[in-house]
Design a protein around this ligand. Structure first.
Ligand code: MN
Length: 222
């Protein structure tokens, strides 16, 4: 990953450095509201998990970033600018909290109650083109996500030519820094699944893919 790749994605785009324009332009680093009630993803993801994951972990990233940015060059930037700038300048503390604030908002939007099933239209065609068929896509996405060693994220992304693929990132890292445009993500930090699935990461990932993925969100990002 390098700074040139990160910035190249943003050229000609209305948003910064390849970030989908879904999260808004607020200059503050507030915790965005959950797009559904805390029990709406149960039983795949319970209200207990959401209580800790959204209410404690996600909130802590927002609080930490607000504290770290105060009085610094980051205070007046958009969240997307903070992420690309802190990455380029190797400011790990700011990057980790800013990227995790963004990643989690993207994750909650990647899920929906009664989600899953198959995409339609252009997105379905691009999935067939890239993976062969939907069953092979599901296996590729699950395998890539489950295989992330330690904390991180699995992503469905479009590459620079618009071809879909699956990638994983470690810790707080984002696929935009490799020039990819994210369509969907699955969090595989243990806090995302341990209360509901304990060590069964693959069972969590399969259930999310089958029952919660928000294909309308993915289509909007494409
Ligand atoms: Mn998480």
């Amino acid at each position: 990953m390098n700074r040139r790749d990160f910035l190249a994605v943003g050229i000609g785009s209305a948003v910064v450095a390849g970030f989908p324009a879904i999260i808004g332009k607020a200059a503050s680093f507030e915790l965005p509201p959950l797009p559904y009630k805390d029990d709406a993803l149960a039983p795949v993801i319970t209200a207990n998990t959401i209580g800790f994951h959204y209410g404690k972990h996600h909130k802590a990233y927002a609080d930490n970033l607000t504290r770290l940015a105060k009085g610094s060059e980051f205070e007046s930037m958009s969240l997307e600018q903070v992420i690309s700038t802190s990455w380029a300048k190797k400011n790990t503390a700011v990057f980790n909290n800013a990227a995790q604030l963004w990643n989690h908002t993207f994750y909650w939007n990647s899920l929906r109650p009664n989600g899953g099933g198959k995409p339609t239209g252009n997105l379905a065609e691009k999935i067939d083109e890239a993976f062969g068929d939907f069953a092979q896509f599901k296996k590729a996405f699950a395998d890539m996500t489950v295989s992330q060693f330690g904390s991180g994220w699995g992503w469905l992304v479009a590459d620079k030519r618009g071809k879909l693929t699956v990638v994983k990132t470690k810790d707080a890292e984002v696929p935009m820094s490799d020039g990819f445009k994210p369509l969907l993500t699955i969090d595989v930090w243990e806090h995302a699944y341990y209360l509901d699935y304990q060590n069964r990461r693959a069972a969590y990932v399969d259930a999310v893919i089958d029952k919660l993925l928000n294909w309308e969100f993915a289509a909007k990002n494409l």
